[in-house]
Design a protein around this ligand. Structure first.
Ligand code: PMP
Ligand code: GLU
Length: 402
């Protein structure tokens, strides 16, 4: 065992490195070493950031817009976010109710730090996005995982939810469309959650980061639209990473009650000061400019989704819920667990992902990382020929398991 003179905090021992970023790093390193790895791991659009957004960034540099900004983000950007939410959703916010953060992930981090006390319980529907439990745990609060079932298309069963509620329940995190399942919470589910939240004073955290990526004109019900009183206890999280292919620019935003945003601003002011001034100008161009980029990207994802789902379902033993939004598919591989190849036993999703990476050069994320071991996550935000070749390799690799 490694020993170090200087110990790390107990807090950091609670968490592990982000598994999505870890698989991506491993796949990229293998690729750099010459291996023909097909990367279905990390979730980021494969398009370039739109040109007008990039130009706004370079113009910011040319104009010397390179200094500290206001802690919650520049007013122009917060005003543009207010206008965007009003136009798209009909929600009314003031700029003081908006915080711009260093990516959506950081918005969630600020939110958790501003809201939770040790011992608070936070309901997290599982499969969940990998960073929710660690972000909650770093505050001393307790993630309470509420299972979503494949047979329900990963919608939340209110009867199941009720079993996980206690007097210490403080909040619920909703992510619809979901990473990793691509599922959308139904109106009736959201109505039950809304009623419980109103009765019990829960904080609702609605992670809407995939809300522009919804297929076939499908509707996307939102909890805020159910009862106007919910606005007092809901924080909406969004950003430009997915909708404008801006993952590296690191701009997210949160909207919520003024005192919560003010508390989040204290955390931000004492940790990162403000998101990059240049990225904020680029995000301003994204949020206030034409919105067709996301529409076109979603149109491009649709045939990829249809193809990958069809190919997965053609593999004996695999089941797969059709994603309604986002760009992930989360098939059930458990029929292959317990099988072997050349003395190598595939016990679960981690073994399966290692096997696929090492033997088929396919980078995927194990379901265990999302709290759901039967499953494997594939991001289909990648080129069609990559998906075609990937599905061939997958079929061959699984056929070798006996
Ligand atoms: N929420 C979910 C569900 C995500 O998948 C991501 C992707 N990283 C984020 C939030 C945060 O995105 P970012 O920090 O890149 O803006
Ligand atoms: N959200 C993306 C994913 O799940 C990006 C990586 C991360 O931030 O976890 O792959």
């Amino acid at each position: 065992m490694e020993s170090h003179f200087i110990a790390v905090s107990d807090r950091v021992k609670l968490i592990k490195p982000s598994p999505t970023l870890a698989v991506n790093a491993k796949a990229k390193a293998m690729k750099a070493g010459g291996a023909d790895v097909l990367n279905f791991s990390v979730g980021e659009p494969d398009s370039d950031t739109p040109l007008h957004v990039c130009l706004a960034g370079t113009q910011a540099i040319d104009a010397g817009f390179t200094r500290y900004t206001a802690v919650p983000g520049i007013l122009e950007l917060r005003e543009a976010i207010v206008a965007r939410m009003a136009a798209d959703k009909g929600w009314q916010y003031d700029p003081e109710q908006i915080q711009v953060s260093c990516g959506g992930k950081h918005g969630l981090y600020n939110m958790a730090q501003a809201l939770f006390n040790p011992g608070d319980e936070v309901l997290i529907p599982a499969p969940y996005w990998v960073s929710y439990p660690p972000i909650v745990q770093l505050t001393g609060a307790i993630p309470v995982l509420v299972p979503l079932l494949e047979k329900d298309d990963f919608d939340l069963d209110p009867g199941v939810l009720k079993k996980y509620v206690t007097s210490r329940t403080r909040a619920i995190i909703l992510n619809s469309p979901s990473n990793p399942t691509g599922s959308i919470f139904s109106q009736s589910t959201l109505e039950v959650i809304a009623k419980m939240a109103l009765e019990r004073g829960w904080v609702i955290i609605s992670d809407d980061i995939y809300n522009t990526i919804v297929y076939e004109g499908g509707s996307l019900p939102h909890i805020l639209d159910i009862d106007p009183r919910l606005k007092e206890q809901t924080i909406v999280l969004n950003g430009v990473s997915k909708s404008f292919a801006m993952t590296g620019w690191r701009i997210g935003y949160s909207a919520g009650p003024k005192h919560i945003i003010a508390a989040m601003n204290k955390i931000q002011g004492q940790s990162t000061s403000n998101p990059s001034s240049i990225s904020q100008k680029a995000a301003l161009a994204a949020v206030s400019g034409p919105q067709d980029f996301s529409v076109e990207m979603t149109k491009a994802f649709l045939p990829r989704r249809d193809y990958i789902v069809k190919e997965l379902l053609a593999i004996p033993g695999i089941t797969c819920v059709v994603p309604k939004g986002a760009f992930y598919v989360f098939p059930n591989f458990s029929a292959y667990y317990g099988r072997e190849v050349k003395g190598r036993r595939i016990g679960g999703s981690v073994d399966m992902s290692d096997y696929l990476l090492e033997e088929a050069l396919l980078a995927v994320v194990p379901g265990a990382a999302f709290g759901a071991d039967p499953f494997i996550r594939f991001s289909f935000a990648t080129a069609m020929p990559v998906i075609e070749e990937g599905m061939k390799r997958l079929q061959q690799a699984l056929a070798r398991l006996v």
